[in-house]
Ligand binder design. Structure first.
Ligand code: C2E
Ligand code: MG
Ligand code: MG
Length: 391
């Protein structure tokens, strides 16, 4: 029987909504990294209603903001208990575009962060595209405000909404959550596998994290292990759990296969991509007869700040002492130095031969970096194979 808006209002007044928590696993550590809060309607002791049965109706009647606002304190309360068991895990709340048009949710988030009930670093907000996200000033302001608070915004069900790419372009998302329909088809469709992996690569090039949901089998998990995706979620890892069961789950300290190869591959990909973009920008500048500014915003940074540099000084440090890890530092620094030279040369008189020499130099150093990364990758894959973790 169709649920009515009146029944939803009544359930709200009676406090019949609860959150279940679905754990997410980190592909890098193999441990629980956080959980997504998924609403349930506890109609009576035996009946639990899934959100697909009432959220669309609530949405049609403009009731979603009321639900979100009344549930946020519940999330914060649950989080206090979760934090006592695992200090580091995150929690993700689902909201819709309607929520962004009401300032009350922002006020609640702000108050919870300000009083330390939840750290903004541990709060993620998934925006479900039940409709296009309006570009209104209020919506954009709300998104910016959340980012300023330090909250991570994820685009949920990425790949299905007709405006996914447009929304990615317009709003400050920090992560995408691939729609499960692609993942569920992976076993039977190589094209879906490619789509998922290509989306992870695209997200990396845009500086976004990726979460993949709908992982129902070990095979799919292992297929995704090395693709550079950050986190996985799905029935194979765990179904959504009642709060007490989630706490038990955290205490049980589950482990899944983990690998540093994905992040290493992403560092490689960004490195090559960034070099290509830089060369493109320099050539466009020269072709335009230097009529516009040479705009290197986001492209050229110091060697420690580019994506490869961040990996080298961050996650990559776990390989300190490895000859290939150590060997990439010098050619990588040299690449940045050559770029500086190229930028200064194109702003003065230069010969084509001079530019060609510099580009050749850049390529030689880039190849050395790539060779080191690829050797390191091959060795890691072999190690995993010999430990029986490969596939
Ligand atoms: P979602 O945010 O994309 O959540 C993922 C849904 O996929 C959840 O369904 C989850 O139980 C299900 N799922 C998880 N792993 C697997 C898997 O391996 N295979 C398959 N086939 N399904 C899996 P659920 O809890 O029924 O939620 C459905 C949708 O309802 C959510 O999709 C979200 O759009 C919405 N929703 C849930 N909670 C809230 C909420 O608090 N507020 C709002 N506004 N929407 C919510
Ligand atoms: Mg979600
Ligand atoms: Mg989703």
């Amino acid at each position: 029987m169709q649920i009515t808006a009146g029944e939803i209002r009544q359930a709200l007044n009676r406090g019949e909504f609860r959150f279940f928590y679905q754990p997410k696993a980190s592909f890098l550590t193999g441990q629980v990294s956080g959980a997504e809060a998924l609403i349930r309607w506890q109609r009576d002791e035996k009946t639990i209603v899934a959100p697909d049965a009432f959220i669309p109706i609530a949405h049609a009647h403009g009731l979603v903001p009321e639900i979100t606002q009344s549930m946020f304190p519940r999330l914060v309360e649950d989080f206090q208990r979760i934090r006592n068991v695992n200090e580091e895990t995150t929690v993700a709340l689902n909201i819709t575009a309607q929520d962004l048009d009401t300032p009350r949710l922002l006020a609640l988030v702000h108050a919870a962060v300000a009083c330390g009930s939840i750290s903004s670093r541990q709060l993620e907000i998934e925006i479900t595209e039940t409709g296009p996200i309006s570009g209104s000033d209020i919506t954009s302001g709300s998104l910016q405000e959340l980012i300023r608070e330090g909250v991570q915004l994820s685009m949920d069900d990425y790949g299905t909404g007709y405006s996914s790419l447009d929304s990615l372009n317009r709003f400050p998302f920090g992560a995408i959550k691939m729609d499960q329909s692609f993942v569920l088809r992976m076993l039977s469709s190589p094209k879906s596998t490619t789509l998922v992996k290509a989306s992870v690569a695209m997200a990396q090039m845009l500086g976004l994290k990726t979460v993949i949901e709908g992982i129902e089998t070990e095979g799919v998990y292992n297929t995704l292990l090395h693709c550079g995706c950050h986190e996985g979620q799905g029935y194979w890892i765990s179904p959504p759990l009642a709060p007490d069961d989630y706490l038990d789950f955290l205490l049980a300290d589950h482990r899944w296969p983990a690998s540093p190869v994905g992040m290493l591959r992403m560092a490689q990909l960004s490195h090559n991509w960034q070099k290509t973009l830089l060369v493109d920008t320099v050539f466009a500048y020269i072709k335009s007869a230097r009529s516009s500014e040479l705009n290197l915003k986001g492209l050229h940074t110091s060697h420690a700040e580019c994506s490869l540099g961040r990996w080298h000084c961050g996650l990559g440090r776990s390989f300190a002492g490895d000859p290939d890890y150590e060997a990439l530092d010098i050619p990588h620094r040299a690449m940045h130095d050559i770029c500086e030279e190229i930028f200064s040369v194109v702003n003065s008189q230069f010969s084509f031969a001079q530019l060609q020499r510099m580009l050749d130099d850049l390529t030689d150093h880039s190849n050395q970096v790539t060779a080191s990364l690829q050797r390191l990758e091959a060795r890691l894959l072999m190690e995993e194979l010999s430990m029986g973790r490969g596939h």
